[in-house]
Ligand binder design. Structure first.
Ligand code: C5P
Length: 220
């Protein structure tokens, strides 16, 4: 335990989807499983880090003893938890699939069926990662991107706008990569436009690849 690479380091990870309440029984959400974030938390914990995992609703098993799990529902709750712990950490990884919008009004009672059509007004959620990027001091900050066109160009734009150290580009064009899969195929894009491409692997192995990059940056 003496020479674990992330000994004495604090790592913050966001994971999973967010649920945006429409009324007490309904929400807007997405199919994110949270798996990538939970694997990152496990890998960082195994490397000796003190890990805080802020997760939206998932069906995953509880992470290992010693990982601090903060469960949230909505983007606003995730934003509050993440911004509160960010100043204390050395590394933050945003792997959550945060809902871009939430219902403007969350009804206090279950909404009754009435007219043939109904409209739901949505308002923008805070961009958690962009906000961490703005207040970044010494921290290493990592984000994810899932693009359907001009993948590398769009991911690099996000890396710059959100003030990241590197961004993990998920491939949509490969069977077995993405939201619900057990596997993922990624490219890591850096500030200097260097690209590291990896093959299709289990999310556990992808998490280790990402963590190895973080360890390299810390030791630089
Ligand atoms: O801009 P886009 O949503 O594609 O960026 C994806 C990255 O930003 C991911 O790392 C995701 O976790 C993070 N994000 C966030 N808060 C949001 C939207 C995205 O932290 N509201």
């Amino acid at each position: 335990a003496e020479n674990l690479p992330l000994r004495n380091k604090k790592v913050l990870i966001t994971a999973g989807p967010t649920y945006e309440a429409i009324d007490p029984v309904r929400f807007i959400g997405n199919h994110s499983s949270g798996k990538m974030g939970f694997e990152l938390a496990a890998a960082a914990h195994a490397a000796g880090a003190e890990v805080t995992l802020i997760s939206g609703p998932t069906h995953l098993e509880k992470p290992a003893e010693g990982i601090k799990l903060v469960r949230v529902q909505s983007a606003v709750e995730m934003f509050e938890a993440a911004t509160a712990s960010f100043p204390e950490v050395d590394v933050a990884i945003a792997s959550a699939a945060v809902s871009d919008y939430r219902p403007k009004i969350s009804a206090t009672q279950k909404i009754k069926k009435s007219a043939e059509t109904m409209e739901l007004q949505l308002v923008k959620n805070p961009d958690i990662l962009a906000s961490l990027g703005e207040s970044k001091q010494h921290q290493i900050l990592i984000g994810f991107a899932l693009e359907t066109e001009n993948e590398e160009e769009n991911a690099l734009g996000k890396l710059r706008r959100k003030n990241l150290d590197f961004i993990v580009l998920n491939s949509l064009n490969d069977a077995g990569a993405g939201f619900k899969a057990e596997t993922n195929k990624v490219k890591l894009l850096f500030k200097d436009e260097k690209v590291k491409a990896f093959s299709l692997k289990s999310k556990k192995e992808v998490a280790q690849d990402i963590l190895n990059e973080i360890i390299l940056l810390i030791n630089e």
